[in-house]
Design a protein around this ligand. Structure first.
Ligand code: 1CP
Length: 354
């Protein structure tokens, strides 16, 4: 008879509101260029999207950080831009420059988007999720994700990643009804995409609105909060058991309006958010589980800078359900040994923090 206890699932426990000590941890961009084994695989692939659409490669890339480190969550290896791609937009990744898309800036371009068959074209992603669920150790939760409508629309209108997304903002301000059509169709596509990931085996979802922080208040409410409400309402109907983490990066005090309006389990905090403020305004007042917000620069630097930041976060988040993570993705020049260093700090400091 097997008497071993059921494996603990710390990430799911924390997201359901339990205080777990030390807190569970995963890292945004835990797979990626800072890992030599990622670079080796990337060098052999034809293009970046091939990595996302080949389940053999995508499973391998998702597992690479899990083999190296005792993380509590594995994020599906993919990219937010697979949705514009599935809608028929040409997307390519230029070495050293980031993504390039054929810009969508007119009523004709929006109406040309291929709304039917999106789920079918994203099948390889769901296949990756199914295989990962089988291969992951039982204590490691599988995290699915999507870009959110505003951030996806921003890349689609702009045609690239830029500092301020001025073209996208100009289009949204000048033609809000037309832009709203684009947001509506993305809201539908994102809802379906997330539900399909859950149906394939994703146990947690993270929603990336990476460019939420460039919007003024009225547009933040209209293009970030309102679509998130609709997506959460839809997921709540279809898959109420799955915890959702939202990341409206750069939202500032908008995090609070987001927390009041959107029924997510957790909020991922970017590096600029004050933790004492978040503790009060988002965790205690709004009941959200918090995740974040270690500065990726501190992880890249390591040593005393890293230890100090980890301690500060653990002290401020004491006695709250909390998920340790970065405030944005791992920087490509981060020495992999610093991730091991971070995890050992969490083990030693996390235990005495409570
Ligand atoms: O050159 C390469 O090897 C590609 C680098 C790379 C990687 C590893 C890109 C291109 N995307 C990814 C993977 C990726 N992207 C993941 C995988 C899993 C993990 O976290 O380990 C995830 C969750 C994303 C999400 C993503 N892509 C976001 C949201 C998170 C964020 O960083 O704010 C965004 C904005 C993108 C767009 C994108 N894809 C890639 C790049 C370099 C960018 C940013 C471009 C820019 O605007 O500057």
């Amino acid at each position: 008879m097997d008497r071993s206890p059921a494996p603990r699932r710390p990430l799911l426990e924390a997201l359901r509101g339990r205080v777990v000590t030390p807190p569970p941890v995963w890292l945004m961009r835990q797979a990626g260029r800072y890992l030599p084994e990622y670079r080796a695989l990337r060098a052999r692939a034809r293009g970046f999207l091939e990595l996302c659409f080949d389940p053999d490669l995508a499973v391998e890339l998702s597992l690479q950080p899990i083999r190296r480190y005792p993380l509590d969550g594995a994020i599906l290896f993919s990219d937010i831009l697979v949705i514009p791609h599935a809608l028929g937009v040409r997307v390519r990744f230029v070495e050293g420059e980031g993504p390039r898309l054929d810009p969508v800036r007119s009523a004709e371009a929006i109406r040309r988007l291929r709304r039917e068959g999106v789920r079918e074209r994203l099948q390889p992603v769901f296949e990756t999720v199914r295989r990962l669920r089988e291969e992951l150790p039982a204590g490691v939760a599988l995290i699915g994700f999507s870009g959110m409508p505003w951030t996806l629309a921003a890349y689609m209108v702009e045609g690239a990643g830029t500092r301020e997304f001025l073209e996208a903002r100009r289009f949204a301000r000048a033609c809000p009804d037309l832009f709203g059509e684009l947001i509506d169709l993305l809201t539908q596509a994102v809802s379906d995409y997330l539900a399909a990931q859950v149906e394939a085996g994703a146990e947690v979802l993270q929603l990336f609105d990476s460019w939420a922080g460039v919007l003024p208040e009225d547009e933040f409410d209209r293009w970030v909060v309102a679509p998130a409400r609709r997506i959460l309402a839809d997921l709540g109907r279809r898959h109420p058991e799955v915890p959702v983490i939202a990341f409206p990066r750069g939202a500032g005090t908008g995090y609070r309006r987001f927390a009041e309006a959107v029924s997510v389990a957790a909020l991922a905090l970017d590096t600029t958010v004050s933790l004492p403020w978040a503790r009060r305004a988002l965790a205690l007042d709004c009941g959200k589980v918090l995740q974040g917000n270690l500065d990726p620069v501190a992880l890249a630097v390591g040593g005393a800078a890293l230890a100090g930041q980890v301690r500060r976060i653990l002290e401020t988040m004491q006695n709250l359900p909390f998920v340790f993570n970065l405030g944005h993705g791992v920087l490509p020049d981060t020495p992999p040994s610093h991730v091991a260093e971070l995890l050992s700090h969490l083990q030693s400091m996390g235990r005495c923090a409570n």
